[in-house]
Ligand binder design. Structure first.
Ligand SMILES: [Zn+2]
Length: 668
């Protein structure tokens, strides 16, 4: 459930103003009016990239050359435009790299990202631009503009702009290495084939018939089951044979290994070096400096607090799992990782009477999509209509979002697996929106079954990604690109998406779209049972998220000379009740280590915010349109106009607190 924005972590933020409705379109406006996401030719990508770089180069030179009195309009606006050009180009190219069916095109797009990122790094180290922006008189600025300028200057300083020339050159070289190793890391995860081979269909005993039908033997008479999510997750949940589950678990946790071992080591070493060069003790301190959480010590403390709160419920659930495990192996003293999903499903069935195979009959992709569109209409007044435009694959659909007749943004849905496509779920930003100048264009990339039933958890993922998408589209109407959602404090970005997940547990919402093949809506009793079983395993899975957060932190809070496997194991076992499995190398496919580096905690932190925001919905009824509109106008629409903490306070009428998450984990 990643978020792919323009520039990766440490690059620059920007700000600017527009009033373009009364001014002629700039060259950057004209350039961004079109894009090449549907192109199947690498030459087109190369040409687009060259044009973007040339335009950015000119724009940079013009800002650096400016003299006289610095001003918002004269310096800040062109800089915001320049940053937006770079961000939107990376957004466009990241989209292509993630979804294009043509390998040469994906490669060309990645090559472009690397070039644009290099230029962005150079600009983030441009002393002339920094000096111009720092010289803008603040006293006459309205608060949102002042905030945008201040955030921009902070980003410049975090980039090292105020260091001497030799240091800035070192930073530039390190940033390039970090970008390139990051791209290589993600490319291997997406493209390295990985599968298990089973002798016969007997090995699939326990799996739903539609899964068995979709996995016929190959030419060699054997079953080849990939480690892609739609293949791997049902197998881990339903396959009766422990050896089959274990084979899948091992293959899944060894994706992109050993290929990514050295790539990751290099990435971590370069990040550590960068932090040191910039005067920070390590990369974790550098990356948290502009986040809500503030620093690595606060981050550690937060993880430990939530972990404490989760312990009693997690231990209680683990005891139930272990009791089931002992039915398979009476000598078991802990739950095998490859049994966890399977045993949870058994308990859900026996204790809460929720049968996953019955539940999934109520969900298909088409129904879920219609249901989500309707929900967004009911809550936020969203009117979603087909967008007639070219797409890169026949399975991709395109849509427009209207608000009371006004076009707010456009988006693509690329929702089923395809060879070479990004294998996880994420929201991609093709172009950032600005008031009166550019409509935001976004994209959801998911990997759901194209046909037939889907899991309830898929529906939750679907709505989660929509949470990012509407945040991006609604916030794309500010004066400056720097004020839209991609520039929101990073540890807030998962909150809107995690909060929306709550509606997939609401009967009143589900009954409107979850119907079986006979057209009967999901029974209220089944949803009630689902909710009774919902919190089973929840505390344990948050402890696992805390473990991943602690790993992402530990990989970045020390010199990078540690053993990746050993540190993974020790941090994982410190928090997870299901121990690390020897022989696995999960870090090799932990894609977040590129885009999120040490800030994977964002998911736990944002969840705490999401549940806190949700308290207001709970108090008024979760489908109350007034509350939903207040949320939209105070939290989503403002994007990055002010600090995330202020937006939360504006909506809740008080400061953010992690109590809602802690009490949810304690009580359930
Ligand atoms: Zn997300």
């Amino acid at each position: 459930m990643k978020l792919r924005t323009g520039l990766a972590a440490a690059a620059l933020l920007a700000a600017g103003s527009s009033q373009a409705s009364v001014e002629p379109k700039t060259a950057i406006d004209q350039f961004l009016a079109s894009n090449v996401v549907v192109s199947a030719k690498s030459q087109v990508i190369d040409k687009r990239c060259k044009a973007a770089l040339s335009l950015a180069g000119k724009s940079r030179a013009a800002i650096e050359k400016r003299t006289g009195k610095a001003s918002l309009k004269g310096d800040f606006v062109p800089f915001d435009d320049l940053s937006n050009l770079l961000d939107s180009t990376v957004g466009e190219m990241s989209t292509i790299a993630a979804v294009s069916p043509v390998k040469e095109v994906r490669d060309a797009a990645q090559d472009c990202i690397s070039k644009v990122s290099d230029l962005s790094t150079k600009i983030s180290l441009s002393r002339p631009i920094y000096d111009r922006l720092a010289a803008i008189p603040k006293d006459s600025l309205p608060p949102p503009a002042e905030h945008a300028v201040d955030r921009t200057l902070l980003q410049f300083r975090l980039s090292g702009v105020d260091k001497d020339e030799a240091t800035r050159q070192k930073v530039e070289a390190l940033q390039k290495d970090i970008t390139d190793t990051g791209l290589a890391f993600e490319r291997t995860i997406a493209e390295k084939p990985s599968e298990i081979v089973l002798d016969s269909a007997d090995a699939l005993e326990g799996l739903p018939q539609d899964y068995i039908d979709a996995h016929k033997p190959g030419a060699d008479g054997k079953l080849h089951i990939s480690t892609n999510y739609p293949d791997a997750l049902p197998l881990l949940k339903f396959a009766k044979r422990a050896d089959v589950r274990k084979a899948m678990y091992m293959a899944f946790q060894n994706r992109a290994w050993p290929d990514n071992e050295d790539v990751l080591k290099k990435m971590l070493a370069k990040r550590y070096e960068l932090a040191q060069v910039l005067g920070y003790p390590n990369f974790a301190e550098l990356i948290t400096a502009d986040k809500m959480i503030g620093n690595a010590a606060h981050l550690k403390q937060f993880l430990d607090e939530v972990n404490q709160a989760a312990n009693p419920a997690a231990e209680r659930d683990q005891a139930l799992l272990l009791a089931e495990e002992k039915k398979i192996d009476p000598a078991a003293t802990s739950v095998n990782a490859w049994d966890s999903s399977y045993l949870s499903n058994i308990i859900q069935k026996e204790k809460f009477d929720v049968d996953g195979s019955v539940l999934r009959q109520y969900f298909t992709y088409e129904k879920a999509r219609a249901g989500i569109f309707q929900l967004l209409h009911d809550l936020f007044g969203a009117d979603i209509r087909p967008w007639k435009t070219a797409v890169w694959d026949p399975s991709v659909t395109a849509w427009e979002l209207y608000d009371h007749g006004r076009l707010i943004g456009q988006f693509y849905l690329d929702m089923s697996p395809r060879k070479g496509k990004f294998t996880h779920a994420e929201t991609s930003m093709v172009r950032t929106g600005m008031s009166g100048r550019q409509l935001p264009i976004g994209l959801l990339i998911c990997n759901f079954p194209a046909e037939g039933p889907m899991e309830h958890s898929d529906v939750t993922t679907f709505l989660h990604e929509f949470g990012h998408l509407i945040h991006f589209l609604y916030s794309g109407h500010q004066d400056y690109a720097a004020q839209s959602m991609p520039k929101v404090q990073w540890d807030f970005v998962e909150a809107p998406s995690q909060m929306l997940e709550e509606w997939t547990w609401d009967y009143d919402t589900l009954r409107r779209f979850a119907t079986n093949a006979e057209g009967q809506p999901i029974p209220e009793a089944l949803v009630a049972k689902m909710n009774a079983g919902r919190h089973f395993g929840e505390a344990g899975s948050w402890k696992r998220q805390i473990a991943f957060s602690a790993i992402s932190l530990a990989y970045h809070d020390r010199p990078a000379d540690f053993d990746l496997t050993q540190l993974w194991k020790s941090e994982f076992n410190r928090y997870s009740l299901t121990p690390y499995v020897e022989g696995t190398h999960p870090y090799a496919s932990f894609g977040h280590l590129n885009g999120y580096s040490s800030i994977y905690y964002t998911y736990v932190w944002s969840k705490a915010i999401a549940l806190d925001l949700f308290t207001r919905f709970k108090s008024t009824g979760i489908r109350d349109p007034k509350t939903a509109m207040a949320y939209r106008t105070r939290v989503l629409d403002p994007g990055a106009v002010s600090d995330a903490g202020d937006l939360i306070k504006d909506f809740l009428g008080r400061d953010f607190s992690a109590d809602a998450l802690k009490s949810e984990l304690q009580a359930k």
